[in-house]
Design a protein around this ligand. Sequence first.
Ligand code: UDX
Ligand code: ADP
Length: 463
Amino acid sequence: MIKNICCIGAGYVGGPTMAVIAKQCPEIKVTVVDVNQQRINAWNDADLNNLPVYEPGLADIVQEARGRNLFFSTEVDQAIDQADMIFISVNTPTKTYGIGKGKAADLKYIELCARQIARVAKTDKIIVEKSTLPVRTASAIRDILDNTGNKVKFQILSNPEFLAEGTAISDLLNPDRVLIGGNPETEEGQAAINVLTEIYARWVPENRILTTNVWSSELSKLTANAFLAQRVSSINAMSEICEKTGADIDEVAQAIGLDSRIGSKFLKASVGFGGSCFQKDILNLVYIASSYGLDQVADYWEQVIIMNDYQKSRFANNIITTLYNTISGKKIAFLGWAFKKDTNDTRESAAIYVADYLLNEQAELAVYDPKVSEQQVLTDLNYLNTRSEQENVNLISFNSCPYENCKDAHAIAVLTEWDEFKTYDWQRIYDNMLKPAFVFDGRNILNEKELTKIGFKYQGIGK
Ligand code: UDX
Ligand code: ADP
């Protein structure tokens, strides 16, 4: 019986996942640890609006379980020592240096975790990989753990996370499937699989809990994300054809989505996919394929990223050409900065790249997002290193009122599909803009007919 769970990494995956496990298993003590003190403080903040991760439904669960059986701490060693089961949920960004730069996943943080566990552990433990990892990472973790010399026995499981941000809590409470990769050939391996299965079985029907070998589990996660991203790039590729030919991408998506073999989900044309997973996982897949000499396979998947980058620059380019080929000194209002609605996460958001492109043309940007701070927007742009921090500050303004944000703008660009944008008084926005007033709807969420009637010049994706 598991009494103590520790999760290393209190980010977008570790935080919500552990909150849900703690909610569903009140007698298991769940401790989420992180080296980032500020993040842990935010998880412990009495004001639930200050949690570091915004997810619908998360605050209620934290309120229920925190202090009862859910704890957030920076005492990593202590939590490792006490745990029977340790989830590794640290970040695995794309490498920015050395071999595999720009493609391979950087396993530095994972290795550090494994070494820390090896150093601290005095009793047998089950280690669960939660982070997205290249295939065969488990064997590297095993190597490190098996050579500790202190005779502690570790079982290693792969349990990839399939939650999507913005719907993390409902995805966790009602997952399509839970995947557990392990080594059923040995008795201890099978026992570890059973223990993790029992935890999920508290709330997930057993027929949705799938067990595979470790490698299949690791590769399934990359494959799932690659397939999903590919759907977005595929529909985005068709969106340009629609724009040239007069077809409507939403109508095309609906028509093909009714084919049960294709299905209707994940067919929304957009300014491009973002988020911490899709690009990273595909690059990782490309790297794995290349390293086995599978060049055609690598090129095939790389095209998904190339299409996505093209969609972002195409969107920005379209703004420039429509605004009479010059946007220098023109105010362009951004609605949305997060990579999708209902999250405060901005990693790889299309907004960052579109903004960078427009700033290169000396546009003045005014940014509003209901959940993203001014500081985060500047951090995202400074990270690209295209221009000085001061230049970014000079060229970007922020307003917590969307109406003020759009005032005196030449154009509005919708980058995130936040529901609230649909409810705005668009007549009021129009009245306060420079004319002609343009809307570039990067998410196809606004009512084209209504906006055109008001007087806007509207352009959606694939319209
Ligand atoms: C994804 C996977 O869905 C999830 O299973 C995995 O665990 C992590 O990666 P996430 O990145 O959080 O989740 O969000 P997702 O809903 O997949 O959206 C990714 C990006 O694709 C967003 O920028 C979204 O706006 C975009 N998208 C999605 C589209 O442009 N069109 C669509 O039809 C769907
Ligand atoms: P994800 O979306 O995968 O959850 P995040 O970046 O949101 O990624 O979260 C990962 C967290 O892991 C970060 O808060 C980071 O500080 C933490 N982390 C990374 N390495 C370690 C480590 N060795 N020990 C503890 N926490 C770590």
